[in-house]
Write a protein that binds this ligand. Sequence first.
Ligand SMILES: Cc1cc2nc3c(=O)[nH]c(=O)nc-3n(C[C@H](O)[C@H](O)[C@H](O)COP(=O)(O)OP(=O)(O)OC[C@H]3O[C@@H](n4cnc5c(N)ncnc54)[C@H](O)[C@@H]3O)c2cc1C
Length: 416
Amino acid sequence: MRYSGLNVIMQGLRGNKGWAQAWRSPSPKPEYDAIIIGGGGHGLSTAYYLARNHGMTNIAVLEKGYLGGGNVGRNTTIVRANYFLPGNSEFYSHSMKLWEGLEADLNYNVMHSQRGLINLFHSDGQRDAFARRGNAMINQGDDAELLDREGVRRLLPYLDFEQTRFPIYGGLLHRRGGTARHDAVAWGYARAADQRGVDLIQNCEVTGIDIENGQVRGVQTTRGAIRAKKVGIVVAGRSSQVAAMAGMRLPIESHILQAFVTEGLKPVIDHVISFGMGHFYISQSDKGGLVFGGDLDFYASYAARGNLPMVEHVMEAGMTLMPMIGRAKVLRSWGGIMDMSPDGSPIIDKTHIDGLYLDCGWNYGGFKAVPASGWCMAHLMATDQPHEVARRFRLDRFATGHLLDEEGTGSQHNLH
Ligand SMILES: Cc1cc2nc3c(=O)[nH]c(=O)nc-3n(C[C@H](O)[C@H](O)[C@H](O)COP(=O)(O)OP(=O)(O)OC[C@H]3O[C@@H](n4cnc5c(N)ncnc54)[C@H](O)[C@@H]3O)c2cc1C
């Protein structure tokens, strides 16, 4: 069934009784050409592009919970292409282009909203750094505009321009940046992959990876053994645990990142805003809730809930930037498990085991990467060659020292 405006009207007239199931719930087959472990954004997009771009349809996505129950449904939905380093910038630029055609491609409303992202700066040094970043973005073919203080005030008059501790000097405006509805992205890819014949198998936890003579043979799951010559590990915060099933020790630490949403309010914030003197960023959802977040909880953990000191830190930063936020009531908060790499950049690569591939290290920025990550991981799994925009996302860079340290904070997982 294709979704369309006409279909919505026709279904409405018929009492909405004719909608078809969005995707099937098949039982696992004994063997597939390829298996993707993890039904998050990256796993689902990998499966979709394997089918769409490479004609591989005898594949399965194995998800231990339900589709979209991981970080893809827990993030703050920011989509941007404002990276600085060669290696990252062409990848995120590619992702942005895929975002811009995604709804038509998937035939699904993912509510992609290019409302503009503004990174604030609060010192001359920060201005220089953002000017340099903006030039890199323009050189890459993306958009960037440097705003002075009055330029920011015109767009965001409700910020506190009078406070003296962290005065707002200006901002870097990235007009094509914005948001998308996170779980709709998972559902859209799931439906589109299913329509191409991909088996999406929920409540199916991978508990072991079968390897013989250095070649992957399949996986063990809570629903039995499944054979496959190609297996992709695409499990975000659980990457270290699943890779350990293949005897691998990854350069990944899992840390918690929290987010918050307020009660629904009338439209007030029509951009995504990022504070430059502390980890705080905010946007307003289409339902009206203010969606905001901050930094990692700083210690490694697999508990998908956060600590109170970070709650306090985020609230303080929010109050500093826009004191009116103190009038809003927080509706809920949650945490997600981040796969932090030592340089803050991802890994899309083969492993030393034939047929075993890895897609991880998304840190807290992997939602916007979902289209390009799936595109490049599918390319790698289908052709055994890295895609040109992801060729620097090598696993061995942590041994060779060719790091992609976008933040310049050095090799420490929780500083990126
Ligand atoms: C609070 C928060 C805010 C964020 N904000 C942003 C943002 O604004 N912009 C942005 O770009 N990124 C953001 N991110 C990061 C982004 O959400 C992640 O980088 C990205 O979603 C990770 O990839 P994924 O979607 O594939 O992960 P997930 O959705 O976590 O998918 C991994 C899946 O693997 C499954 N799995 C794990 N182990 C197994 C197993 N053994 N067998 C089978 N299945 C298994 C899990 O159940 C899970 O569903 C944020 C994250 C959080 C938590």
